[in-house]
Write a protein that binds this ligand. Structure first.
Ligand code: NAD
Length: 486
């Protein structure tokens, strides 16, 4: 196995990063590009031995990093952000080659946001405090103590973005990290290890292990030295991780899938509603937050559908490196099979494809809109994670809310209405971690993020991230000369 491969002109180390050095594995796995289906390179295929070594490195590095003053930790995180900023172009092209998402959005949105993740949590750390308070003359002082080694496991749909959204607060809090990126998009995590080392992050504070989740995952999540596990991915994997973490009762943060509704009321700005609906095809539909269930008030459904079809069929599907492309490929042939399986079963059960419904050449799937779908059908209830939307109609507010909430998930919801009173009534009743009104995907790191029901456990973002990554301690000190005569 070559230790380094060159991806679109960028050298990428294919080994693990453990304890401040590169470590190879005897076995490798082949990483393919969704852009053309071709192999990119052989990547180290870690197993239990690498998991144990990485956790040991994180455990050994923990005391010194936890004792590093906050201002110094923040300085290093800012230096990592600088390193990301300097390498935006490289990170963007490597990520696009690896996961097929649009180069223009990696370049202009995602990678600058990766840098922002580090800056934001570094700055938040510095103003993180609870006011002390008094109990019968005694002071209560609440401190945010680092928890210990954290295992962070991430998916392929937004690899570096989602990884750094965990890595940055975990490190800021004074923890050490073992990051396990998804096997379908392992490359930018390796570049992050380089950037962190160049920024002066001490050896062992950030470790990156590569491999199949099924082979390396359990050794990471069941390890008794691990103090936190943060996972973003699917519900079945979350169940396995929760079972594995149960032995040590390791606290978990779970960011999982969704089947989010997008509600369009008759009083909505229809142009806006259509624009927001078509946006749900972004990243070829591989977005956890996507509002894949379009719920449209009956009286405007015909006009909405007409305008939607016009806009959706004008989208350009193709090479994600081209500036003019709107929809790129799906991540993997297996994912395409899964998407097509959902669609064909839905069509077989009586659904009608208003647009799409087929695979295309290469790893592409036609943007698809299905109608005539039953509320209890698989296509309405299960996450597809591809460019597939359903459209159902409703007669009024009550029915809209009932359909929106009739799901096992609760990640997000979008409400499009011109009536602020209705927006208030409807959002109050929706079960979702994030609700958008007349907008979509507006995110602020200060806000709590997470899902209800099967969409997740816990919230991250702002203080909520530190709440998870820290052990909160209350120290009660008696006043001088005080004796408790109880
Ligand atoms: P996945 O669950 O298959 O894999 C996610 C990660 O878990 C990968 O790194 C994988 O290697 C690892 N893994 C697999 N088995 C494991 C095990 N037994 N132990 C430990 N780790 C294991 O998910 P995916 O297909 O990569 O991602 C798509 C899913 O992620 C979708 O359901 C999507 O909705 C969800 N997602 C959620 C959010 C969110 O913030 N809520 C964001 C992005 C994606």
């Amino acid at each position: 196995m070559a230790d380094r491969i060159v991806v679109a002109g960028v050298p990428v180390d294919t080994r693990h990063w453990i304890g401040g050095r590169r470590v190879a594995s005897v076995e490798t796995f082949t990483d393919h590009s969704p852009v053309d289906g071709q192999p990119i390179g052989e990547i180290a295929r870690g197993g239990p031995a690498e998991a144990v070594a990485a956790v040991a490195a994180a455990r050994d590095a923990f005391p010194a990093w936890a004792a590093t003053p906050r201002a110094e930790r923040a300085r290093i995180l800012h230096a990592i952000a600088d390193g990301v900023d300097k390498r935006v172009e490289e990170l963007a092209i490597v990520e696009t080659t690896d996961n097929g998402a649009l180069l223009r959005s990696h370049r202009r949105g995602v990678m600058p946001r990766v840098a922002h993740n580090f800056r934001f949590f570094a700055d938040w750390l510095l103003q993180l405090d609870h006011d002390d308070f008094e109990t019968r003359g005694h002071t209560n002082h609440v401190s945010w103590d680092p928890a210990g080694p954290c295992v962070l496991i991430t998916p392929w749909n937004a690899p570096l973005m989602l990884a750094t959204w965990k890595v940055a607060p975990a490190l800021a809090a004074g923890n050490t990290v073992v990051l396990k990126p998804a096997e379908w998009s392992p490359l930018t995590a390796s570049l992050l290890a380089d950037i962190a080392a160049e920024a002066g992050l001490p050896a062992g504070v950030l470790n990156v292990v590569q491999g199949y989740g099924a082979e390396i995952g359990d050794a990471l999540t069941s390890h008794p030295d691990v103090r936190r596990i943060s996972f973003t991915g699917s519900v079945p994997t979350a169940r396995r991780i929760a079972a594995s973490a149960a032995a040590n009762l390791t606290p978990l943060s779970l960011e999982l899938g969704g089947k989010s509704p997008l509600l369009v009321f008759a009083d909505a700005d229809l142009e806006l509603a259509v624009e927001l609906a078509v946006e749900q095809y972004d990243n070829a539909g591989q977005v956890c937050l996507a509002g894949t269930r379009l719920l449209v008030e009956e009286s405007v459904a015909g006009e909405f559908t007409r305008r939607f079809v016009e806009k959706a069929t004008a989208l350009t599907q193709g090479d994600p490196r081209d500036e003019g492309t709107d929809i790129g490929p799906n991540i993997h042939p297996r994912q395409l099979e899964k998407i097509d399986g959902f669609v064909q079963r839905a069509l077989g059960a009586g659904a009608r494809a208003v647009i799409g419904g087929h695979r295309k050449d290469g790893q592409y799937y036609e943007p698809t809109l299905l109608t005539d779908v039953a509320q209890d059908s698989e296509i309405v209830q299960e996450e597809v994670f591809g460019p597939v939307l359903t459209l159902q109609t409703f007669a009024g507010e009550d029915e809209a809310v009932r359909l929106a909430n009739d799901t096992r998930f609760g990640l997000a919801a979008t409400v499009v209405t011109g009536d602020p009173g209705r927006a208030e009534r409807v959002t109050a009743q929706l079960v979702a971690g994030t609700v958008w009104v007349n907008c979509f995907f507006v995110r602020d790191l200060r806000a709590p993020f997470g899902g209800s029901r099967l969409s997740g456990v816990g919230r991250e973002g702002g203080t909520w991230s530190f709440d998870f990554y820290c052990d909160l301690k209350n120290t009660v000190t008696a006043p001088k000369g005080w004796k408790d005569h109880g």
